[in-house]
Design a protein around this ligand. Structure first.
Ligand code: HSE
Length: 384
């Protein structure tokens, strides 16, 4: 039998516990598909004693997660700690620097340091994979890296944050207030540790910048994503949109053309007859338009333990398969880092779209805008 792939797990929150459950429940089929057993050997988290509903007593424990890659019984580290810097980044650098594999669900870290980590992976012949960092259980990164590898991608857009989608669709269904529904999304484990990342669009912007890099062969440019969120949307806006034939969804969109790269995360009015209008709850949906593939829709659970663990373990299987034949250590972003292009930022001021703007008007007095403008599905018709 082939040697097992020995895995260390850093972070035992919702997703970490999900990975343990999945690796145990599907051990036999994972072994057949990976060509070798996947064995968790060591774990680390903030609190050793917390009840996570999984038995961690059979794994070695490390108080300091950043030393996990130094262990002789670890071939690959799974980072599920989160945070763009701090221990997560330190662990990632050490793991790749030691020539070991890294699987991460950390979109903030990849959005900010993905180029550095991919270069480190290449230099050390270490595989770096981050499918779970974008859209939970949906294999959209694999779809872009492999499925549409032959295409020039013209545009990519969709619903990239489960928390916002849960909030907007629940407000729509129940007429309840934003704050109450946000608390519910947090209790269900969809939201980030800091939910402002969700509701102000930052989380979706992290994910969009990662997808853009793979789709367009560009270096990651998180800083240029024009970002706004949903925190100022009222039940009244949702009711008004409904009366006009729309739902409100937070949409991330990226396009690359002669003007450069355009990336934006913004609330949009989506017409009832558009597929994205029917994406409810914490579901994500990503549309990729390739010049030969045409329009592809990737849809599924964007958050939650099972779906995110599914993406994490798919990456582990990928790496296990490459142990005999050689890892694709220079393909984390589809193209080796040196070949990625730093694209100009397209001027958003020249883009035309229709907008919905709400005014609160005091009778007989001046009026003032209260909500940020929300686009009405920008230019979608032009390429439909
Ligand atoms: N907070 C994220 C979301 C989790 O709501 O989509 C998955 O990335």
């Amino acid at each position: 039998m082939a040697e097992p792939l020995r895995v260390a797990l850093a972070g035992l929150g919702t997703v970490g516990a999900g990975v343990i459950r999945l690796v145990e429940a599907n051990a036999a089929l994972i072994e057949r598909r990976a060509g070798r057993p996947i064995r968790i050997t060591a774990v680390s988290a903030r609190d050793r004693t917390r009840d996570r509903g999984v038995d961690i007593s059979r794994y070695a424990w490390e108080d300091d997660m950043t030393v996990m890659s130094e262990r002789g019984d670890v071939d690959l580290v799974v980072e599920l700690v989160g945070g763009s810097d701090g221990p997560a980044l330190s662990l990632a650098r050490k793991t790749l620097g030691a020539g070991k594999g890294l699987v991460t669900a950390n979109k903030a870290m990849i959005a900010h340091h993905g180029m550095e980590l991919a270069a480190l992976a290449e230099q050390n012949g270490a595989p770096l994979r981050f499918e779970a960092s974008v859209a939970g259980g949906i294999p959209v990164i694999k779809g872009l890296r492999e499925g549409v590898a032959a295409n020039r991608v013209e545009r990519i857009y969709g619903i990239l944050n489960g928390t916002c989608n849960y909030i907007l669709s629940t407000m729509e269904d129940t007429g309840r207030d934003f704050a109450e529904v946000l608390a519910e999304a947090q209790a269900k484990g969809y939201a980030e540790a800091d939910p402002t990342f969700d509701i102000e669009g930052t989380d979706a912007a992290h994910k969009l910048s990662i997808l853009s890099a793979i789709a367009f062969g560009s270096t990651i440019d998180f800083a240029s994503v024009e970002t706004s969120g949903i925190s100022r949307i009222l039940a009244a806006d949702i009711a008004q949109a409904d009366a006009l034939g729309y739902v409100i969804r937070l949409i991330g969109m990226a396009e690359a053309d002669d003007e450069g790269l355009f990336q934006r995360v913004q609330a949009h009015l989506v017409p009832f007859d558009n597929l994205l209008a029917h994406v409810d709850g914490p579901t994500n949906a990503v549309v990729v338009e390739g010049n030969f593939s045409g329009r592809l829709l990737f849809q599924g659970a964007g958050a939650g333990d099972g779906p995110t663990a599914s993406a994490v373990v798919a990456d582990i299987i990928d790496i296990a398969r490459g142990m005999d034949t050689g890892f694709e250590a220079d393909r984390a972003f589809s193209i080796p880092v040196a070949g990625l292009e730093a694209m100009a930022v397209a001027d958003s001021g020249t883009r035309q779209s229709r907008a919905y703007i709400r005014f609160m008007v005091a009778d007989g007095r001046a009026c003032w805008p209260r909500s940020p403008p929300q686009c009405v599905m920008p230019g979608f018709r032009s390429k439909a």
